[in-house]
Design a binder for this molecule. Sequence first.
Ligand code: HEC
Ligand code: HEC
Length: 301
Amino acid sequence: MKRRNLALLAAAALALGIVLADGGAPWPTQNIPKEAPDAPKAYPPGELGKMVKLGEDIFNNTDTHPLSKQYVGNKLQCKSCHSNSGKDKTRYSTFIGTASSFPAYSPREKTVLTLEGRSLNCFMRSMNGIRPPVGSKVSVALATYITWISTGMPVDMNPNKPVGPYNYPWPDPEVISVVKSGKVDMANGEKIYNTQCAACHGTDGNGIGPFPPVWGDNSYNSGAGMSNVIKGGSWVRYNMPPGYAHLSAQQAADVMAYVNSHPRPSFKLTEHLPPAEKMGEYNTNVPEQIIPAPTWPPKKK
Ligand code: HEC
Ligand code: HEC
């Protein structure tokens, strides 16, 4: 096992070596969000602290934790996209300030979401699973954990989108303009993937060792933000490879077009809802949505 881990690290180091040799600046220089304050270190006392820790455990082990695995349909954890459990202020998918931005307006749902509701939507799409009931232990624990990360932050509800103040540009206007101008180059994306991503995510997209799958049955479905080349490209530009995010908007769109051109579970919203008696109310103004996979190249209208 130890030897296997070493081999993985070596593969990762090789990938990062290639990345650095590429000559790109270590971080995109434009649109860098302001740096976040530190995440809290001390857990609250008593039952509240226990709930924070339970939520953290579920966040990091979502597909295997006894409380959450029944709601997960792939081999991802929340931390697969919300890097370092959402606590790292130097990573742009940080959750510092997220909870204090809710309730927030969601353009996707065309309604106002609570933090709990927003997290449950990631189960339906990013986790390719079933929406846990509002108020269930798994839902409360995750909301408690994510709220704790915003300890000390002023309440500042977001009227435009359901993300916090220290999120990277979401979605990134430069990635939007690459995609909208029709200049996405999937062949270039394949080259980038094979030289800068495959060492960790595998040439078959299935993920190697601890590194998560990016396509196939074990990955996010076509309804996830990541399946959309604009949104997935924005995320990858600011988060991958871990600690060395450096892709240009063009490269990020190219590589996510290549990733999303592969098979993965298709999304039919109603298949991700629990039986009526367990549902309560699903807070949305978009009650059905069907998105066939793969999501790239775009379907001709
Ligand atoms: C496949 C990737 C992926 C996985 C796995 C995932 N998410 Fe997300 N999530 C996203 C993306 C993309 C967004 C949009 C904005 C962003 O990047 O922060 C998002 C947004 C959110 C937000 C809104 C706040 C914000 O600032 O981002 C919350 C809360 C959230 N996710 C919770 C969860 C929880 C809880 C889980 C595990 C059950 C989870 N997510 C799993 C991709 C993912
Ligand atoms: C050194 C190993 C490594 C390299 C190289 C790497 N990744 Fe990742 N990737 C990770 C890890 C680890 C995660 C989980 C999130 C985290 O810890 O930041 C992840 C998460 C992801 C995710 C979201 C989760 C999922 O599985 O869908 C996507 C998409 C992704 N990487 C795409 C890429 C792309 C595209 C590249 C190349 C530009 C790349 N990665 C390079 C290790 C790597």
